[in-house]
Design a protein around this ligand. Structure first.
Ligand SMILES: *[C@@H]1O[C@H](CO)[C@@H](O)[C@H](O)[C@H]1NC(C)=O
Ligand SMILES: *[C@@H]1O[C@H](CO)[C@@H](O)[C@H](O)[C@H]1NC(C)=O
Ligand SMILES: *[C@@H]1O[C@H](CO)[C@@H](O)[C@H](O)[C@H]1NC(C)=O
Length: 269
C-alpha cells in the first residue's frame, strides 16, 4: 500500500520535472546535462511574468518576460518568451522565443538567452532579434528588479537586447555544512543522551534506586573511572607518585651523609 503510494508520488515528481524541461524547450534534443540542471534551478520561476518599461528618447517600450512560458495567451503559439510592446502604437515585436533558449551560469549568476526573435528591419544584417537576461543572485527575492540594460544594435551581427534581474535561484547552491564526522558525533551524543536518560528512568522507577545509584551502571562506570584514573596516573606522570617521597628521602640522606662519609675518609688521613 505504502509502496504503491510512493511509486505514484515518484512518478508524479518525474512528470513535473519533465514538464519543466519541455516548457522551456531548449532544443530539447541537444540539451546538455548542465542546461538540464540549470533549468531545474529555474523551475521555481517557471511561468512567472516580469515587466519593465524602457524610454529611449521619444520612444517608450514595455518588455514582458516569461520564464519558460508564453507571454501571449493565444491558441496559436509563437513561442514568444520576451515581447516588446511599443507604448504609443501598441505594436508588438517578439524579441526572443523559448524554443531557442540557451542557458549558462557562473558562481552567482545565470544568463538566459532567448533567440529566434523577429528579424531586424534595418539593423544588424536583418538577423533575428535576441534577448539576454542576466539573473543575479539575491537571497531576499525569488524574482524581482527586472529592468532593461540596453539594446546593442550598432553591430553587423550578434546584436542583442540586454536585461537584468535578481533571484535567489542564481545563488550558489549551499552544501550541507555537516560532514560525515560531525553527523557521527551528533548520533553518538544522542545515543549517550538516550542511554543516560533511559537508564536513569529505569533505575529510578523500575529498580527504585535513589541518589547517585539512579545513574545507569554506576558500579561499572565507577570502576571504569578508577581504571582510567590509574591509567592516566601511569601514563601522564613522569615519576611514580608513591616512590617520589622515598626518592627525596634518599636524596636528603645522601646529602646529609655524603659529607660525613668524605669526612670519615678524610679523618684518618
Ligand atoms: C488563457 O485563455 C484561456 C481561454 O482562452 C483562459 O481560460 C485562461 O484563463 C487564460 N489565461 C490567462 C493567463 O490569461
Ligand atoms: C520556434 O518557434 C517558432 C514559432 O513557433 C518557429 O517559427 C521556429 O522555427 C521555432 N524555432 C526552433 C529553433 O524550433
Ligand atoms: C552552474 O550550475 C550547475 C547546475 O546547477 C552547478 O552544478 C555549477 O556548479 C554551476 N557553476 C558554477 C560556476 O557555480
Amino acid at each position: 500500500m505504502y509502496a504503491r503510494a510512493l511509486c505514484v508520488c515518484l512518478a508524479a515528481m518525474s512528470v513535473v520535472a519533465a514538464e519543466v524541461i519541455e516548457d522551456c524547450k531548449l532544443n530539447s534534443e541537444k540539451l546538455s546535462s548542465t542546461e538540464q540542471a540549470l533549468l531545474k534551478r529555474l523551475a521555481p520561476l517557471k511561468q512567472k511574468r516580469f515587466e519593465t518599461t524602457f524610454n529611449n528618447g521619444q520612444d517608450s517600450y514595455t518588455y514582458t518576460f516569461v520564464i519558460c512560458g508564453h507571454v501571449l495567451n493565444s491558441s496559436v503559439s509563437s513561442n514568444e518568451g520576451l515581447l516588446q510592446n511599443d507604448t504609443k502604437t501598441s505594436k508588438t515585436t517578439v524579441v526572443g522565443r523559448i524554443n531557442d533558449t540557451h542557458i549558462i551560469n557562473g558562481t552567482d549568476w545565470i544568463l538566459l538567452t532567448y533567440g529566434s526573435g523577429e528579424k531586424y528591419d534595418s539593423h544588424c544584417g536583418y538577423e533575428p532579434r535576441k534577448a539576454k537576461v542576466m539573473i543575479s543572485c539575491n537571497k531576499n527575492t525569488l524574482g524581482d528588479g527586472f529592468t532593461m540594460v540596453n539594446e546593442e544594435r550598432d553591430k553587423e551581427n550578434e546584436c542583442f537586447y540586454l536585461f537584468e534581474m535578481d533571484s535567489s535561484v542564481a545563488c550558489p547552491i549551499e552544501e550541507s555544512h555537516l560532514s560525515v564526522g560531525s553527523i557521527l558525533l551528533i548520533v553518538f551524543a544522542v545515543l549517550v543522551g538516550v542511554y543516560i536518560i533511559g537508564g536513569f528512568l529505569y533505575q529510578r522507577f523500575v529498580v527504585g534506586a535513589k541518589g547517585m545509584e539512579q545513574f545507569p551502571n554506576i558500579t561499572f562506570w565507577r570502576e571504569l573511572g578508577n581504571l582510567v584514573a590509574d591509567g592516566c596516573d601511569f601514563v601522564c606522570r613522569s615519576q611514580p607518585r608513591s616512590s617520589e617521597t622515598a626518592y627525596r628521602g634518599v636524596g636528603d640522606d645522601q646529602l646529609g651523609e655524603e659529607p660525613e662519609e668524605r669526612d670519615d675518609h678524610l679523618l684518618p688521613m
